[in-house]
Design a protein around this ligand. Structure first.
Ligand code: NAX
Ligand code: ADP
Ligand code: K
Length: 576
């Protein structure tokens, strides 16, 4: 469960590659050979018998990798068609292209050339990788659209497409396709398999990345020596290669063993189960206070409280206004209740230093949250702010100023937009023309209309340059601004601390987690972990992992009430 791996932004990857080459211990051509060998190897693992492969090579080093794949598959008995671009590649890619040309021709990289050939068993997409600087245009855009299904048969290519580093056109920093709507599009290039090098990039895990990359394999190409973790080195230019501050939690893809965290996994598993020596009495596991709302609104906070109990907080107290107390008389009996009507009553409770973690927001009501937040934040205790507490925060800059590093904000996209409207705005793109379902993709008239709309859309966005602003950027900027941990929820949850450390958690495999109340449970789990003494970033990260694992354990049909009840099973097998 607790495997993690480091993620590198494309800038970090380039810096590490340059550092490796500058050392004189490895050349660019050697790295390219290793990259191409890794891709060819993965293809041969999956297609046991040599067949026909079409290799599409772009103008840069991604294309260079493609020429290596072409040569190695040819040597392995495959029939190889290579389509390449006119542009002059760099020296390493030029060399790989020349080596291929000693074996076979390079056809033009056009839709016509591709369609003129027989159907291939495998299509290798080596057009663009980390060097994408702008939306693909013209003939390249057309061929990528064709591979994405504009010819009507997207499933055909989806089965056969192997992407080198990423499906071409995907921005590996954001997981979005520059020049396209951020929502899923009809002709987004979707690969069966993506082989990436050294480390996953944010774009493999965010937004469109997980779906469009298909199965993701991270290949070790021998750059470990230039990727040493030295977190204390500060933000000097060279430290960009040395401090991969972003990690993937539960990556769900093949990572070389050397890139995992087995020790941390073992330690956290026994810690979660309270199996460590001297784990003490109930107060040593903390006391979480869950603020609840007025009459008829208490369900959300009860979900949080149940979750805090199940994740192992020593004591959990639910604090609704006194008039709502009777509603909370039912189970669980393990839960304590205490009426809290106003800030003075809350301060009274917080006079007990053993109350070491709070959760406010689920079912709380915005006014009540606004009234209680100054007392809560002023106490300086570890605090989860969710739902109504986030809305209250968005309305009062004075409250924002009270946030501190032991706070965890857990907004979904809508709440994030309320609290950080300018950052959310940067993530937004102009809306695409109305999109239909893929099932209509074989209607030729509709297809022509969609292509025309897409061309107009591209034209409108043609001025856009450079890497896209990502959910990772947004969460980091938000955390830095408010001085607290920000957990931006979604199937690609991003968790960021004010110092820039960040974690990405992919939960694209549990869409049934998007159900009413799931967020309340997450808030409670994190509050419980805070009560047990985890620092804010770790509590948010581990909480997110455990939450998704509980959803996996229950499966489709899940309702939020099931999540706390699934926690014992998850804790029994935290490594499973
Ligand atoms: N980072 C590493 O350590 C390694 C990287 N390698 C490969 O190198 C790739 C990166 O190579 P590059 O930096 O050359 O970048 P790419 O090969 O991804 O693309 C850059 C080229 O495409 C052009 N370009 C970018 N966007 C375009 C657009 N929309 N339309 C037309 N042309 C466009 C650029 O001007 C440049 O010529 C990686 O993705 C990977 O496949 C491997 O060869 C080995 C090691
Ligand atoms: N498509 C999805 N796949 C997996 N998890 C998702 C998806 N959409 C949302 N989630 C997760 O489900 C939970 C929903 O929380 P939230 O939006 O706050 O719902 P609520 O307010 O109803 O509790 C979050 O943990 C979020 O990360
Ligand atoms: K590619």
């Amino acid at each position: 469960m607790l495997h993690g791996t480091e993620i590198l932004t494309t800038a970090q990857m380039r810096a590490i590659e340059s550092a490796a080459m500058a050392s004189g211990q490895v050349t660019g051509a050697e790295l390219m050979e290793r990259a191409g060998r890794a891709v060819a190897g993965q293809i041969r693992l999956r297609w046991a018998r040599p067949g026909l492969v079409a290799v599409l090579c772009g103008p840069g080093n991604n294309g260079g990798d493609g020429y290596v794949v072409a040569r190695l598959l040819h040597q392995a008995g495959w029939q190889v068609r290579v389509l390449g671009m006119e542009n002059r590649p760099g020296p390493d890619a030029a060399r790989m292209k020349a080596e291929w040309q000693a074996l076979g021709p390079v056809l033009p990289l056009t839709q016509d050339a591709l369609r003129a050939g027989p159907d291939a068993d495998v299509y290798v997409d080596a057009v663009f990788g980390t060097g994408l600087t702008r939306p693909p245009e013209g003939e390249i855009a057309a061929i990528l659209d064709y591979l994405g299904g504009s010819g009507g048969d997207w499933a055909f290519f989806r089965e056969r497409l192997v992407a080198v580093d990423c499906p071409s056109g995907l921005c590996l920093d954001s997981g979005a396709f520059p020049g396209r709507p951020r929502e899923p599009g009809d002709f987004d290039l979707r690969a069966r398999l993506t082989v990436a090098f050294d480390s996953p990039k944010p774009g493999h895990l965010l937004e469109r990345g997980p779906e469009c990359c298909g199965e993701l394999v991270i290949a070790d190409i021998g750059l470990a020596a230039w990727r040493i973790r030295q977190p204390n080195e500060g933000a000097t230019p060279s430290s960009i290669t040395r401090f991969p501050a972003v990690e993937a939690l539960w990556p769900g893809f093949a990572v070389p063993d050397s890139r995992r965290y087995p020790m941390a996994a073992r330690r956290q598993a026994s810690w979660l189960r309270k199996q460590e020596a001297g784990s003490g009495h109930k107060f040593s596991h903390g006391h979480a206070l869950i603020v609840a709302g007025g009459p008829a609104r208490g369900g959300a906070a009860r979900l949080s409280a149940r979750a805090a109990l199940r994740i192992g907080a020593g004591l959990v107290t639910l604090a609704p206004p006194a008039e709502a107390l009777p509603e909370h008389a039912g189970p669980p009996d393990a839960l304590m209740r205490r009426g809290v009507d106003d800030p003075a009553a809350l301060r009274d409770m917080l006079a007990d230093p053993r109350v070491n973690a709070l959760c406010i927001g689920p079912g709380c009501g915005v006014e009540r949250a606004a009234a209680l937040l100054p007392a809560i934040l002023g106490a300086g205790r570890a605090t989860v702010l969710d739902a109504d507490a986030l809305t209250a925060l968005s309305r009062d800059p004075g409250l924002m100023a009270l946030l501190h590093e032991n706070c965890v904000l857990t907004p979904h996209a809508g709440e994030f937009g309320r609290v950080f409207p300018d950052l959310a705005e940067r993530l937004e793109h102009p809306r695409p023309p109305a999109a239909g379902g893929r099932d209509q993709a074989s209607d030729p008239a509709r297809m022509a209309r969609r292509l025309a709309e897409l061309a107009a859309y591209r034209e409108a966005l043609a001025k856009m340059r450079g890497p896209l602003y990502s959910r990772l950027d947004a969460a980091r900027d938000a955390a830095a601004r408010c001085g607290a941990v920000v957990l931006l929820k979604g199937p690609d949850t991003v968790i960021a601390a004010p110092d820039g450390r960040a974690r990405i958690h992919s939960a694209f495999d549990v869409p049934w987690l998007a159900t009413a109340g799931a967020g309340d449970v997450l808030a409670g789990i994190i509050a419980g972990l805070l009560a047990r003494g985890l620092p804010a970033l770790d509590a948010a990260s581990l909480g997110t992992l455990v939450h998704a694992r509980a959803a996996r354990h229950v499966g489709p049909g899940l309702i939020a009430d099931d999540l706390p009840e699934a926690l014992p099973a998850v804790l029994r097998r935290p490594g499973g």
